[in-house]
Design a protein around this ligand. Sequence first.
Ligand SMILES: Nc1ncnc2c1ncn2[C@@H]1O[C@H](COP(=O)(O)OP(=O)(O)O)[C@@H](O)[C@H]1O
Ligand SMILES: [Mg+2]
Length: 237
Amino acid sequence: MAPILEIKDIWVRYSGLPVIQGVSFEVNPGETVCVVGANGAGKSTILRAIMGAQPAYKGRILLEGKNIQTFSTEKIVRQGITYVPEEKMLFGPMTVEENLLIGAYIIDDDARKRENLDYVYNLFPKLKERRIQLANTLSGGEQQMVAIGRGLMSNPKILMLDEPSLGLAPVLVDEVLDTVRRLKEAKMTILLVEQNVRETLEISDVGYVIQTGKVVTKGKASDLLQSEDIQKAFLGM
Ligand SMILES: Nc1ncnc2c1ncn2[C@@H]1O[C@H](COP(=O)(O)OP(=O)(O)O)[C@@H](O)[C@H]1O
Ligand SMILES: [Mg+2]
């Protein structure tokens, strides 16, 4: 099967400084792929490059074999890529359901919006229970669930999550990663970017480790978890 997303030797810079230096990876249908690395390694920049927000000046980005680099961010969303940013960007004074519906802005058909809402509620019954609760009264973990649910409302081919566990207490980290695990079981194709190396590798199929804008190690997530270098560098072993 052809990859859904292919990143080929991309270079990305901020004011002339190349912070991503020749990164390549691919995400196949139904796979959960993670990019892990320390704060400042360039994880968010890779996702911004894919969304066209911080374009790559070299290399190629292909969605189902088609180059999307000249597309606007909105067109990229319409083509099937959803990005849940680090800052969840919920609308605090609006309800859970209103926030979810915003994610379906590219869909005109009300019946399909309703179907997608049912899909999200089915996946996350907790959100259904809280559908009329204001977003700013939810816990951090619940807000993350809304942000992910909102991302699902546009029927993405691939869901990109930028550090969903960032800033959450350890017990909520588990809850959020469990949410990701549920998506994976629902056969969603996921690109997950995280600093929480162990937990993230545990739920991923394939992992890429980046350091200062370069992939330094890649492989099956289960192999990476066993690797001595990774254990020394990231797992405190
Ligand atoms: N808007 C920006 N302008 C200049 N430098 C930036 C900007 N955003 C990020 N950087 C720098 O690019 C590098 C990678 O950042 P980022 O992709 O946010 O890393 P990560 O998501 O892995 O923490 C860091 O050195 C960061 O300081
Ligand atoms: Mg980041």
